[in-house]
Ligand binder design. Structure first.
Ligand code: GLN
Length: 308
């Protein structure tokens, strides 16, 4: 079957499943149409295929986390980042304050606590949250291969209910894990989560990680190969939060989800794929996204622990 026909059939299949609810703790996300749905696949050779609502823009949310982690590693080096941030799965929810006992480092960069640290590290030279937002947006744009922007409505809406992330940032500041003013860091981090993308942008960004840090369309080496490998490793261990083990078992590729319904997966050396479907399961991962990736993995033989 040609790829677009296959993807169309896959889209129709996952649309029959209406399990899960849109995120409701951010007012702008609670208002999102729950049944928008799109799938995109991007090869490391630069071919992108997509079906469904593939031009709808939505906020990137936690799908930004692996990329900003990669940006911090690329900019500061492994040693500086590793001092402040672990690489262990937390086995807990995305908004849990999971810190290591001795060092007070967040367990990993995929949960909010760790993502706030990665954001702080990458934007350490910025003077305030708007400079932080600009730095992150510019970096994400290089991965997508086009100019992205912050959705101000989502940003404002999320800041109104950001009490938990503010609490996390203040706790991190107490331990000296972040060094800047906590409220300003959370504003920058929230702007990062509010960057608008399409499912095609996400597939391209995932393909960049799959291709050792090289953007498939522009050809730019955005991060070094060892940075891409580290990022994929942490995604495999913790990208699906407390659902990471069952994901690795069923689908078997590094992945990252977000509360707006975005979900990416990277198959090293081959493809990046993305699904946009806002209904979330108990862990806050896209329910239709998981269904799509489970089938994709089975149909295409994508599981990393399946020898050819
Ligand atoms: N911006 C969201 C938050 O910090 C991101 C969470 C997510 O997508 N899982 O709560």
């Amino acid at each position: 079957t040609p790829v677009p026909d296959y993807l169309q059939e896959l889209l129709e299949n996952i649309m029959t499943d209406s399990a899960g609810q849109v995120a409701d703790y951010i007012p702008a996300l609670a208002a999102a149409p729950p049944d928008q749905c799109a799938i995109a696949v991007s090869t490391v050779h630069g071919n992108t295929y997509s079906v469904g609502d593939d031009s709808v823009e939505f906020s990137i949310q936690s799908v930004s986390k692996p990329f900003v982690y990669a940006a911090a590693l690329e900019g500061l080096g492994f040693e500086a980042v590793d001092q402040k941030l672990g690489v262990e799965p937390s086995g807990e929810a995305f908004d849990e304050l999971s810190l290591e006992a001795e060092t007070h480092r967040p367990k990993n960069a995929m949960i909010n606590a760790g993502a706030i640290v990665a954001h702080n590290l990458f934007t350490i030279a910025s003077n305030d949250h708007s400079e932080r937002a600009d730095a992150v947006t510019a970096f994400l744009s290089r991965l997508a291969g086009r100019d992205l922007h912050v959705d101000d409505e989502v940003f404002q809406s999320e800041m109104e209910t950001a009490h938990r992330n503010l609490a996390i940032a203040h706790m991190l500041r107490t331990y000296g894990v972040i060094t800047e003013e906590p409220h300003d860091v959370v504003r920058g981090y929230t702007a990062q989560c509010s960057v608008s993308v399409t499912v095609r942008d996400l597939a391209m960004m995932a393909a960049t990680l799959a291709d050792r840090g090289r953007q498939p369309i522009t050809g730019e080496q955005v991060v070094a190969p060892h940075v891409a490998r580290r990022t994929l490793s942490v995604m495999a261990a913790a990208g699906m939060y407390d659902g990471a083990g069952s994901w690795l078992t069923a689908v078997g590729i590094p992945a990252k989800s977000g509360v707006s319904g975005g979900l990416i997966g990277s198959l090293p050396g081959q493809v990046g794929a993305a699904v946009f479907a806002p209904r979330l399961d108990e862990q806050g991962n896209s329910a239709r996204g998981i269904r799509a990736f489970s089938r994709l993995s089975a149909d295409m033989g994508m599981h990393l622990f399946d020898p050819e």
